[in-house]
Design a protein around this ligand. Structure first.
Ligand code: NCD
Length: 312
């Protein structure tokens, strides 16, 4: 039987060499795309995108990636309403059925651990496009790719993670990569209610990554090479009152930008709400739209690897 390669957690990528392979392929995808000659290596293949939560970048970039490589897409953007889930079908059954029609399934689901559940029963590769407050591994890959591309290195970096570190799955996936590179230290900037869960602090400690925690953004902005900002994850709060208390915790604006190093970048997985003032979008350090674009090339690389080179 063909070996399946699911992408469930960033823990799967155990060394920097693995990542470099993906990044080099993503570079090649971009170069080919700019020349208008992307090899149609996924012709005849079908990707199914099943999204039980909203998405713009992740779903469209996966679909665009598949299309650029000559493949086809089956999609349901609101799977809770437009799939047999409304009739009571379980996630496992849905995955079994869709696996009979598609060659790869990209899944976003509100429950932590859902992608792993899907992978257990799936006959085709599952790509975790976000499982609740759990992980978002392809985002983390494109985030690392963006840092490499923007700053020219992944070692010796001071990375500031800002905002909703409690529920933010992009952060939970991204921080698992840092131990693969030398000299990374991190500053965690969050209000008390949104601090990084203890299990991740324990992991970083075990991996000997220097961690500094604060709720004061001003105290770190002048020191970091990467300021990774996140949205407060409204949909994960138990009550709207709890959300209201912290929703405007940090805003990156011109005043903050003035304090940052000239050679530094601001990243955000997007969507942003109020945490980045659009007035700074034109600053060369504002990397978030380039970051979103990089998602296309990283996902082209991943789909090609999953479907054509299952042993990578
Ligand atoms: C993120 C997500 O869905 O976790 N978005 C994305 O995929 N780019 C971040 C968010 O929703 O805040």
């Amino acid at each position: 039987m063909k070996r399946l390669k699911h992408i469930i957690s960033t823990d799967q990528f155990q060394n920097a060499k693995n990542l470099e392979k993906i990044f080099q392929l993503a570079d090649a995808m971009e170069a080919n795309d700019q020349l208008g000659c992307v090899p149609q290596t996924l012709a005849g293949k079908i990707l199914a995108a099943i999204f039980y939560e909203p998405s713009t970048r992740t779903r469209f970039s996966f679909e665009a990636a598949m299309a650029k490589l000559g493949g086809n897409v089956l999609t349901t953007e609101s799977a809770t309403h437009f799939s047999s889930v409304t009739k009571g079908e379980t996630l496992e059954d849905t995955i079994r059925i869709i696996g009979a029609y598609a060659d790869v399934i990209v899944l976003r689901h509100p429950q932590t651990g859902s992608a792993a559940v899907a992978a257990k029963v799936s006959t085709v590769p599952i790509v975790n496009a976000g499982d609740g407050a759990g992980e978002h591994p392809t985002q983390a890959l494109l985030d690392m790719y963006t840092i490499r591309k923007e700053l020219g290195r992944l070692e010796k970096l001071h990375i500031g993670l800002v905002g909703d570190l409690f529920y933010g799955r992009t952060i939970h996936s991204l921080l698992r990569f840092f131990h693969l590179y030398k000299g990374i230290k991190i500053s965690l900037v969050a209000p008390e209610q949104l601090k990084l869960p203890q299990k991740y602090l324990d992991l970083l400690k075990k991996q000997r990554i220097p961690v500094h925690q604060t709720d004061k953004l001003e105290s770190v902005v002048g020191k970091v090479d990467v300021l990774y900002v996140t949205r407060v994850q409204k949909e994960r709060f138990a009550s709207i009152e709890e959300y209201e208390k912290v929703k405007n915790a940090y805003v990156i604006d011109r005043a903050i930008l003035k304090k940052m190093k000239t050679k530094s970048i601001i990243m955000h997985p997007l969507p942003r709400v109020t945490e980045i003032d659009p007035a700074i979008d034109r600053d060369p350090r504002a990397a978030y739209f380039r970051q979103a674009r990089n998602g296309l090339y990283v996902r082209m690389a991943l789909l090609d690897m999953i479907l054509n080179h299952p042993a990578w």
